[in-house]
Design a protein around this ligand. Structure first.
Ligand code: DX5
Ligand code: ZN
Length: 225
């Protein structure tokens, strides 16, 4: 994976048809998705459950772009190998998920995957300062993780500005996750974000039999930034 500064749109399959992930992924990629965002939830770190490594392995052959796995699980460390073996290009863990985030990031990189650090809305940018040389991506949550379709929390935009400043010339992506649509995307891109996760704003109104709507939705976000 070569570092790319351009704005990338990463549809979250949390808003896709769970009975049809393969076709949904092919449809959004054909309609212009840059990455595929895969939300793993455990019903413990967050109040919702999605799926685990077996599903990730099953969908991997359908992803031609980048498999961006967002782990909303605690603990993380016992499962890193399994998600890497499932083919994740990027594995993102939450700083709030355990006491040893430094070890977690090391363990992710040791698998050959890129390491991502996610920050909940209540977590300040400063926690990332000692970790900047250990991460390939910082995921700024702009909703409290657990569900799609929530309202964007505007106070998180300032955190993006602070992180972009801290990152300096390092090759670290800033990803925004939660409530991204054509009205909020320009705010976070202006603040320095380059990866936009979007669940409901991409999948809304479309389906595998009506994929053109996915394309319209993706272009609406891209044209807004
Ligand atoms: C939230 C997930 C997000 C979610 C975003 O816990 O991490 O990736 O799918 O959904 P929207 O774009 O609908 O806010
Ligand atoms: Zn996510």
């Amino acid at each position: 994976m070569k570092f790319d500064h351009s704005v990338k749109i990463a549809p979250s399959i949390l808003s896709a048809d769970f009975a049809n992930f393969g076709a949904e992924i092919q449809a959004v990629e054909a309609q212009g998705a840059d990455w595929i965002h895969v939300d793993v939830m455990d019903g413990h770190f967050v109040p919702n459950i999605t799926f685990g490594p077996a599903t990730c392995a099953a969908i991997r052959p359908h992803i031609k772009t980048v498999m961006d796995v967002h782990l909303m699980i605690a603990p993380v460390d016992p499962y890193i190998e399994a998600f890497a073996a499932a083919g994740a290009d990027i594995i993102t863990a939450h700083v709030e998920a355990g006491p040893h985030i430094h070890r977690t990031l090391q363990a992710i990189r040791a698998t050959g995957a890129k390491a991502g650090l996610a920050l909940n809305p209540g977590t300040p940018a400063e926690v990332a300062a000692p970790l900047l040389d250990m991460v390939d991506l910082i995921c700024v949550m702009t909703v409290n993780p657990g569900f799609g379709g929530q309202k964007f929390i505007h106070s998180c935009v300032q955190k993006v500005t602070e992180l972009r400043e801290m990152i300096g010339d390092r090759e670290v992506h800033i990803e925004i996750d939660g409530g991204v649509d054509q009205s909020t995307a320009p705010l976070v891109v202006a603040a320095g974000a380059d990866v936009l996760v979007a669940g409901s704003a991409v999948f809304r109104g479309g389906s595998v039999s009506n994929p053109a709507t996915y394309g319209d939705n993706i272009r609406a976000i891209r044209n807004a930034v």
